[in-house]
Design a binder for this molecule. Structure first.
Ligand code: ADP
Ligand code: MG
Length: 256
């Protein structure tokens, strides 16, 4: 049967760094199975918001919830286990390791005992490892990198390495996938492929996607909803059609 997909809610979250207010009482929610974009000029607080959701930063106030689970004050590996998968702005692959091993790394957080029990090679663990390997291979097939499973991740094209990074984020079987500027460094045709891929993930895996992206064509083409930040404040939160015409949004972009 269909998995229940919870709402991800950012509730009145403020993050301060000394005198800088990186996020100022921001609230929005990502509806189940939606593609939700988080946009805004440089320094608006988008990455800070991702870091507050994934447990890397602790908000000064406010909280983040995923259904009934409170993600605030929860360590990153536990946030991942609760269903939040994250791909990174800068590729964080182990270039010398195989595509499969890179994706498997994403799955260790699902295993009780984690790295230690893998190191000990317990029979129970080896069975789990086989299952993890099969699932990792399935995810790679789904993302179109199944032919590269045993190649070093570092030799793949940039677009394929990006897919490995997304596969690793999907390997925790998330209910919400966070993508931080996935189109950065891509040309127009790679960006068009990426747009299709994001739609396929959303529909095929039936999960929510929260996306930070600069490429407005990509955002307006695939997002169900768009939240706009400027100087740490939420200035718009609506459908792409409405947000595109919002005077405050236009001003924020012209001013940057
Ligand atoms: P965006 O991702 O939208 O470009 P960021 O979230 O990276 O913006 O940054 C928002 C603001 O917070 C910026 O002024 C940035 O300099 C500041 N900031 C982000 N992370 C830190 C940090 N770890 N320490 C101090 N200031 C930070
Ligand atoms: Mg950023």
């Amino acid at each position: 049967g269909a998995r229940e997909i919870p709402t991800l809610a950012v509730e009145d979250v403020t993050v301060r760094f000394g005198g800088i207010v990186a996020l100022d009482a921001v609230s929005f929610s990502v509806a189940p199975r939606s593609i939700h974009a988080l946009i805004g000029p440089n320094g608006a607080g988008k990455s800070t918001c991702f870091n507050a959701v994934t447990g890397i930063y602790r908000p000064t106030s406010g909280r983040v919830t995923l259904g009934d689970a409170v993600l605030t004050d929860t360590p990153p590996h536990e946030v991942a286990r609760l269903g939040v998968g994250r791909a990174f702005q800068n590729l964080a692959l182990v270039g010398g390791s195989s595509v499969l091993d890179n994706v498997m790394l994403g799955r260790y957080s699902l295993t009780k005992g984690g790295f230690l029990s893998y190191g000990l090679r317990l029979p129970r663990t080896m069975k789990a490892e086989r299952r993890h390997g099969e699932r990792a291979a399935e995810i790679c097939d789904f993302l179109g990198i199944g032919a590269h499973l045993h190649r070093p991740a570092g030799v793949l094209s940039y677009g394929d390495q990006k897919r490995v990074d997304i596969a690793r984020a999907l390997a925790v079987e998330p209910t919400v996938l966070l993508l931080d500027e996935p189109a950065a460094g891509m040309n127009a045709s790679e960006t068009a492929d990426l747009a299709r891929l994001i739609r396929d993930i959303s529909e095929g895996l039936s999960i929510s996607i929260l996306l930070v992206e600069h490429d407005m064509g990509l955002v307006m083409g695939i997002a169900d909803r768009v939240t706009v930040l400027d100087f740490g404040r939420l200035i718009a939160d609506d459908t792409p059609a409405v947000v595109q015409k919002d005077p405050a949004v236009i001003r924020a972009y012209l001013g940057s």
